[in-house]
Design a protein around this ligand. Sequence first.
Ligand code: FAD
Length: 534
Amino acid sequence: MSALPNKARVVIIGGGVIGCSVAYHLTKLGWEDVVLLERKQLTSGTTWHAAGLIAQLRATANMTKLAKYSQELYGGLEEETGVATGFKRVGSITVALTEERREEIYRQAAMARAFGVEVEEISNERVQEMYPHLNLEGVVGAVYLPLDGQGDPANIALALAKGARQRGGLIKEGVKVTGMAKDGSRVTGVDWTDEDGNSGHIEADMVVNCGGMWGHEVGRMAGVNVPLQACEHFYIVTEAIEGLTQLPVLRVPDEHAYYKEDAGKFLLGAFEPESKPWAVDGIPDDFEFDQLQEDFDHFEPILEKAIERMPLLAEAGIHTFFNGPESFTPDDAYHLGLAPEMDNFWVAAGFNSIGIQSAGGAGMALAAWMDTGEKPFDLGDVDISRMQPFQGNKRYLEARSKETLGLLYADHFPFRQKATARGVRRTPFHQHLLDQGAVMGEIAGWERANWFANEGQKPEYEYSWKRQNFFDNVAAEHNAVRNNVGMYDMTSFGKLRVEGRDAMAFMNYIGGGDYDVPVGKIVYTQFLNSKAGI
Ligand SMILES: Cc1cc2nc3c(=O)[nH]c(=O)nc-3n(C[C@H](O)[C@H](O)[C@H](O)COP(=O)(O)OP(=O)(O)OC[C@H]3O[C@@H](n4cnc5c(N)ncnc54)[C@H](O)[C@@H]3O)c2cc1C
């Protein structure tokens, strides 16, 4: 019989690196009665087979801040817990093969530097010095992050779990959460079954869904929408290569590839442009430390390019062909925070292949949010409340996830639109707008006219880091509205009706602007939280 309590302050569902990090950080804040339930063994879902890259270069400021936190935390975890995490600051290099990519990595570097991340733009000569095996043909720029690292993902998770246990957290393996009890918009507890067939119920003030690729299913138990889909993710590990010694991690996003030296072998991983969704109808119940069937045809184009880029691979035998599942979200950003459907159900799931490097920061941010009820800083990029109900649809998720894995290494141009699972919501004016040359963008599933092409101009984005092709079109539109009259299709905007005697006072309380205007006027302003943040 599992020695499980009847009551807990919080039940965390899932013992991958994310659940362990949430438990670690809640106990660090002094929380007692923290219980983590894992259906099989810790790390047996996705965490155990991760490649272990721990990078700090992210697309936005807050994500960079969180990634930097993870790197710093992992650096001290072994000393704190006594669990060898294999974390080494080997550094990382990202090379650009196009001018556009160079612009992107230089911009990321500038932003990372602003957050105190050590980063250098380096010459091809420096790259060659650090990476003698690399064929530099076509390389037009590179950045180097000396403090980026690599580690053993399973042991990082186990070290976090040990840290949580040392501060009183209870972590139980072989216990599956099978259902949830609710009272209105609160989850009141979880039902569990263990591997010996015992079952029970734990009353809980809060529940956290750290179910990884099961996160969708775990969310459903509470009536919460957690849109994510598992996809196959591939890497190979070579046989030992004579003379291969420690190297920085290398990313060649223009060839969809990353390289990691580990114990004299090379690991080559891929973020191919079109990925393979897996288990669309549900993850098999007995999944535990499993891998998926290899698919050499799918991996071959990446390997061919890699052999040109790293010629010593041509001579190396392949020791392991690995294919493991990982969950991907519709917009390639993970899900964090309070589920909008409930008052006490939290989510940290859908980590889009960066769960190891994100776990430290995500666990820290979620724990702080749960502790105070306020986001510790702007987490809009990952806040689960950005998701729409339709995004939980299986057909939608399957179609979109084919694109999102590859987007990790795509050019992240401003205004870049997703190509898959489009046309979910169309306004009554859709065809009319297309007839006027509208170039559509997607917002919350709505197709929205982002700009209008002129007669003879192709109604398509031409993405760039510089001035994009729609600049003059938008300028003309702007001038027309400013100097004449414009009409906007507002169908895609959310609408709330506030009525009654105190409606004005209420709106003036939550809004930054003054709503006391004559009928027929519009007030454009923000809703503020109690700290005047958004
Ligand atoms: C091939 C590959 C390489 C990768 N390389 C990297 C990398 O280099 N760097 C990086 O940062 N990331 C990498 N990742 C991604 C990373 O592994 C994941 O993002 C991360 O492990 C996700 O952790 P998690 O805790 O969310 O999920 P998981 O590790 O899957 O944990 C979820 C846990 O929830 C448990 N669970 C589910 N349902 C229940 C229930 N009802 N009751 C109790 N328990 C439940 C599961 O058993 C599971 O153990 C890689 C992924 C793959 C597939």
